[in-house]
Design a binder for this molecule. Structure first.
Ligand SMILES: Nc1ncnc2c1ncn2[C@@H]1O[C@H](COP(=O)(O)OP(=O)(O)OP(=O)(O)O)[C@@H](O)[C@H]1O
Ligand SMILES: [Mg+2]
Length: 276
């Protein structure tokens, strides 16, 4: 059976739309009837909260999946993953399940144990999931990023039309290359998704400059579809509801954009084919 798509939303920079694009993609994929898995790889657990998963002392998280106990046989992630996958909250489609994050996940960054292959192994234990979305933290590589990219099949780089958005792309591309040279040679690259893009009425010269710089610096890598900035997105996040249940014209436009983005993921090949 073909490996399910595992799309990692990654940029070195914060606030570029990684979590929003992850949750938007998850919502539209679930609406289409796909069984969706979301991995929250960010210790701040933003996606976990937005997806309505409550983490209490008994909830197993990505941290529990990765941690290797000091004594005894390490549990096989493929066997424990079903206990870690949590249903998304009631406001979300029931065919979304989440590997939640928690603060302690931050400790894995300096964990000397060889944890980097554990998430990839866990994915094998959930063959019922049709498509995975990974929400990555804003970091220039490191153990968590490596672990997440080792489990992904492709990387989508969200970029705002700002200096940070632009800078975040380069490091993310570098991380993809490094992981392809080691942990995950088959890791693909979907391209750059311009996100939180100001509406035409709010667009300034600087946005056009960054837009042009992205196209010039990374020819062929900037996707045609872009995610516009609409207040409804922030409102949906605050209410912890999927964009697919949000009311109004702006929500409809965003749903359409995430749908186009999903189509791209489902139908296009990686910009960087796996080395033969
Ligand atoms: N299309 C959009 N329209 C309006 N606001 C948006 C849109 N997409 C994201 N936002 C808002 O922009 C902010 C940053 O987005 P998001 O949290 O998705 O970025 P991030 O890259 O995951 O950030 P971090 O690196 O801090 O995790 C959030 O407040 C989010 O609600
Ligand atoms: Mg985020």
């Amino acid at each position: 059976m073909a490996q399910p798509i595992g799309s990692a939303q990654y940029s070195e920079k914060g606030g570029v739309g990684k979590t929003s694009d992850t949750d938007g993609l998850a919502a539209v994929a679930a609406e289409r009837g796909l069984n969706v898995g979301v991995v929250d790889g960010d210790p701040r657990a933003t996606a976990t909260a937005e997806l309505g998963v409550e983490v209490n002392d008994d909830t197993l998280t990505l941290n529990d999946l990765l941690v290797i106990p000091a004594k005894g046989d390490p549990p096989d992630p493929a066997e424990v993953v079903q206990d870690v996958l949590q249903p998304a909250g009631k406001a979300w489609p029931s065919n979304i399940r989440v590997i939640p994050a928690e603060r302690n996940l931050a400790h894995r960054e300096s964990d000397p144990a060889p944890i980097e292959t554990r998430l990839a192994r866990a994915i094998l234990g959930a063959p019922e999931i049709d498509i995975w979305f990974f929400d990555l933290p804003p970091r220039p590589g490191g153990k968590l990023i490596t672990t997440l990219l080792a489990a992904a099949t492709t990387v989508l780089i969200p970029a705002t039309l700002t200096t940070d958005g632009f800078i975040g792309v380069e490091q993310a591309r570098r991380s993809i290359r490094l992981i392809r040279q080691g942990m995950n040679p088959g890791l693909g690259y979907t391209g750059i998704i311009r996100s939180i893009v100001p509406k035409d009425s709010e667009r300034r010269g600087v946005h056009d400059e960054v837009d042009a710089a992205l196209a010039d610096t990374y020819p062929g890598e900037v996707l045609d579809v872009q995610i516009t900035e609409y207040a409804i997105r922030e409102e949906a996040r605050l209410a912890c509801v999927p964009i697919t249940s949000a009311p109004g014209r702006e929500a409809k436009i965003l749903i359409g954009k995430y749908g186009e983005l999903l189509d791209h993921l489902l139908t296009r090949r990686s910009l960087w084919p796996a080395a033969a």
